[in-house]
Design a protein around this ligand. Structure first.
Ligand code: PGA
Length: 305
């Protein structure tokens, strides 16, 4: 159908008001301008849309049909306009976010507060390790990610918003519990449960011990913080995890943070996006929220060494 949106708008107004003059006033057009648009439309469609009887104009049968269609199109456009306005105003939209498995101990709390404020926003959360997050950044399929150490190889915008201390954990009945300033050398006599390759926690831990020229003995490798905590509780070895994963175990006194020299390993949590990425209003709002309010919302577990 050879019809422009502009012609349809003019036609709808004439059909509704049954007057070229009033339609012209409403649309801020001249009366000849309006009748020219209608003539053009009639010639494009090959049918008469109006008939004039005396001074009055009426819709023809074809005119009636087009009038119904023009009302539907008008309504759809209005609705779409509303949705676009909502999108600009953060009232609805989708937030695509990926977080490190370790960050998932606090990310849901942030999302809960954010979602309560923006009820029509749908959140899509992927939880993965550091390597998985780098894949998301490479594929540019997330609005942003929360990670422990932004990779150098990509052009990124990364802003730190919270500390991420890594600590040594032991079961409550371990010989080192209660000892002060345990040396790195003494740690080398212990066996450790490690995170999997690709984990940010593991990279940080390996770097730390390499700098101290220390060699740790590893008993097992596990791909989640939960598994490591369970293994340490079961007496399989010591572990190194982010303090953020320990809230419950410290409160229940199922695990103890050891007092080791040079610990905690001080790291940070970053909110990261591809450089130059155009954030949607929802994503921008979430980023601002994390940078400004995460400190108030998230509380650190109490260290009991
Ligand atoms: P991860 O956490 O160990 O779960 O990958 C990310 C990080 O600490 O960098």
């Amino acid at each position: 159908m050879n019809v422009t949106l502009r012609q349809l708008r003019v036609f709808e107004a004439v059909g509704r008001l049954k007057s070229y003059t009033r339609a012209a006033e409403e649309l801020y057009l001249s009366q000849p301008g309006v009748s020219m648009q209608i003539k053009q439309l009639e010639s494009n469609l090959g049918v008469a849309l109006f008939e004039q009887l005396g001074k009055k104009i009426f819709l023809t049968e074809a005119g009636h049909e087009l009038y119904q269609a023009s009302r539907i199109v008008d309504r759809q456009l209005d609705e779409t306009e509303q949705i676009l306005e909502d999108l600009k105003g953060v009232r609805r939209g989708r937030l695509m976010i990926a977080v490190a498995s370790t960050a998932n101990y606090f990310a849901p709390r942030l999302l809960a507060v954010f979602s309560a404020r923006h009820e029509a926003v749908t959140v899509n959360l992927d939880v993965t390790n550091r390597e998985g997050l780098i894949s998301h950044l490479e594929a540019n399929d997330s609005d942003m990610v929360i990670m422990g150490l932004p990779p150098q190889k990509l052009e990124l915008e990364a802003e730190a918003f919270m500390d991420n201390p890594l600590v040594v954990i032991a079961p409550p009945d371990h010989a080192l519990v209660g000892k002060k300033a345990i040396t790195i050398q003494r740690l080398q006599e212990e066996t450790f449960i490690m995170r999997e390759p690709g984990s940010g926690t593991r990279i940080a831990m390996e770097r730390f011990f390499a700098e101290k020229s220390a060699q740790l003995t590893t008993a097992m490798e596990m791909s989640s913080n939960e598994a490591i905590k369970q293994a340490v509780q079961a007496g399989l070895g010591l572990g190194i995890v982010s303090l953020h994963t320990l809230e419950l175990e410290l409160e229940m006194q199922r695990l103890v943070v050891l007092d080791v020299e040079s610990f905690p390993i001080l790291r940070h949590w970053y909110i990261v996006q591809r450089k130059g990425k155009r954030l949607s209003p929802v994503a921008r709002a979430f980023k601002d929220f994390v940078l400004k309010e995460s400190g108030k919302i998230l509380q650190y577990p109490v260290l009991r060494t």
